[in-house]
Design a protein around this ligand. Structure first.
Ligand SMILES: NC(=O)C1=CN([C@@H]2O[C@H](COP(=O)(O)OP(=O)(O)OC[C@H]3O[C@@H](n4cnc5c(N)ncnc54)[C@H](O)[C@@H]3O)[C@@H](O)[C@H]2O)C=CC1
Ligand SMILES: O=C(O)[C@H]1O[C@H](OP(=O)(O)OP(=O)(O)OC[C@H]2O[C@@H](n3ccc(=O)[nH]c3=O)[C@H](O)[C@@H]2O)[C@H](O)[C@@H](O)[C@@H]1O
Length: 436
């Protein structure tokens, strides 16, 4: 099948590459000329493990190509995916201008019946708006389908190729059949394709992200309780996670959720609720609690050191989570800003995200070649992202590098007893502090 994907960000690139891998011919379209030039030269602009192999293979086999020209790119396409940004507008609601602009542009250039798919995360009612925008100028029949994407950055290829479920929101039988044909190779393992109306599909995406953000925030609240009553959040996590009704995943307490989606999607759902005069109170609590959780360790640092002006902190990890170079809404950046505002200095190392942070923070912090160089001469170590390389470091070496043996761990990477034996003062989340 010939497919077009408009927008070659994270979602567009993974969608395009994976559908080429299942035998379709895919043209990816983006207005960013530099990005398209890079893609044509086989340079992937994001760090996503495993994507490169599929990307190279499908370009070589002639199934994947790139253009900046919408009309050229959609020629002959049976399905057009819209994988465009939906950033928060000034009032917190999703900004649909990117989607509606492309919908406007598509109307006059569609040549035959086409399925237009909202792959972006969009509020309820967007399929209707996209339909109206295309219909204003279309000369041919078309259907608009809501097909939200549930992939996670860092494991995007795996999530896309083996989805837990595929949600297809459409009231058109013709479009449903085409979409089911497209997804057939990805749901062979028996995971369902769930077909529903457009509005339910649109809300499903926000419900999923907001529920997961709430789950994490709930565990962060339990962690805060643990600290006050002397319990251990990791034990509580195991205790509750083994209940299959609760589930083991997304129960890890830490320094708050970040990334390009949870923060904006929780906010957008709260705003959508407000628009229909519904006060979705839980979401308001999730958002405000997540903000305070992000700087939890700063309070600990100030309790430990008192005035931190002139002190140097080593920050391990910048990305909002491991296996990505994405720093959007990363808790690490909020912490770094708080340290700098208090007059402290920062040395840092992240396996993938340093270039992106350099773009934002320039030389206000020191970027180091590895985790040990970042620790050298620092007053304390802060762990912000759970990259595997930080899990089993040479603690004896760290002791020789730090001025004081203090670690503030926002991701609970180490066993508290081991840290006590090693002679560290060790603060983590939802567990008793180890004082040495
Ligand atoms: N990043 C993620 O992990 C996930 C994102 N989503 C949703 O998918 C959507 C896209 O997200 P990302 O891929 O992260 O966005 P992104 O911001 O990384 O990429 C969007 C791309 O669209 C391009 N673009 C903008 N206007 C255009 C136009 N008129 N024509 C062609 N291209 C245009 C931009 O140049 C950019 O390359 C958002 O709604 C997001 O919420 C959903 C699931 C996962
Ligand atoms: O809509 C989206 O863009 C995507 O948003 C999330 O994916 P992603 O943002 O890539 O990352 P997650 O793995 O969900 O992590 C999000 C944040 O939650 C934090 N987190 C996650 C899990 C956990 O137990 N504890 C926790 O603090 C992570 O550190 C990270 O900051 C969802 O997991 C995807 O299903 C969804 O498609």
């Amino acid at each position: 099948m010939k497919i077009a994907v408009v927008g070659t960000g994270y979602v567009g690139l993974v969608t395009g590459t994976c559908f080429a891998e299942t035998g379709n011919h895919v043209t990816c379209i983006d207005i960013d000329e530099k990005k398209v030039e890079k893609l044509k030269n086989k340079v992937i602009p994001i760090y996503e493990p495993g994507l490169d192999v599929l990307f190279d293979r499908n370009i070589k086999q002639g199934r994947l190509d790139f253009t900046t020209n919408l009309k050229e790119g959609i020629k002959g396409a049976k399905i057009i995916f819209l994988a465009l940004p939906t950033p928060p507008g000034e009032d917190g609601s999703a900004d649909l201008s990117y989607i509606l602009k492309v919908a406007d542009d598509l109307g006059p250039i569609l040549e035959d019946y086409t399925v237009i798919v909202d792959k972006s995360t969009v509020p309820v009612g967007t399929a209707d708006k996209v339909t109206a925008a295309i219909a204003a100028n279309a000369k041919v029949e078309f259907s608009v389908v809501s097909n939200p994407e549930f992939l996670r950055e860092g494991v995007a290829v795996e999530d896309f190729m083996k989805p837990d479920r595929v949600v297809i929101g459409t009231s058109s039988k013709k479009a449903q059949k085409i979409m089911e044909e497209l997804y057939a190779p990805l749901v062979r393992q028996g995971n369902p394709v769930i077909t529903m109306d457009e509005k339910s599909a649109e809300l499903t995406k926000y419900a999923a992200n907001s529920f997961l953000a709430t789950k994490i925030t709930f565990m962060n609240e339990i962690a805060n309780m643990c600290e006050l009553v002397g319990a251990d959040v990791d034990m509580v996590r195991k205790g509750v996670g083994t209940d299959s009704r609760i589930g083991k995943r997304f129960l890890f307490a830490g320094i708050g959720y970040g990334g390009s989606c949870f923060p904006k999607d929780v906010q957008a759902l709260a705003k959508s609720a407000k628009e229909v005069n519904y006060d979705f109170e839980i979401l308001n609590a999730v958002m405000s609690k997540n903000e305070t959780q992000k700087t939890k360790l700063i309070d600990r640092i100030k309790d430990h050191f008192g005035d931190i002006k002139g002190k140097t902190f080593s920050v391990w990890g910048l990305a909002f989570k491991p296996y990505t170079d994405d720093i959007r809404e990363a808790p690490a950046l909020v912490n770094i800003k708080a340290l700098l505002d208090a007059g402290a200095k920062v040395k840092t190392y992240d396996p993938e995200a340093m270039e992106n942070v350099k773009g934002q923070l320039g030389d206000s912090i020191e970027f180091c070649e590895d985790e040990y160089a970042a620790a050298e001469g620092a007053d304390a170590l802060l762990i912000m992202t759970e990259w595997p390389v930080f899990r089993t470091p040479e603690f004896d070496k760290i002791k020789t590098l730090l001025k004081e043996n203090v670690i503030f761990d926002g991701r609970n990477l180490y066993n508290t007893e081991t840290m006590a034996e090693l002679g560290f003062t060790y603060y983590s989340i939802g567990r008793a502090a180890v004082k040495n």
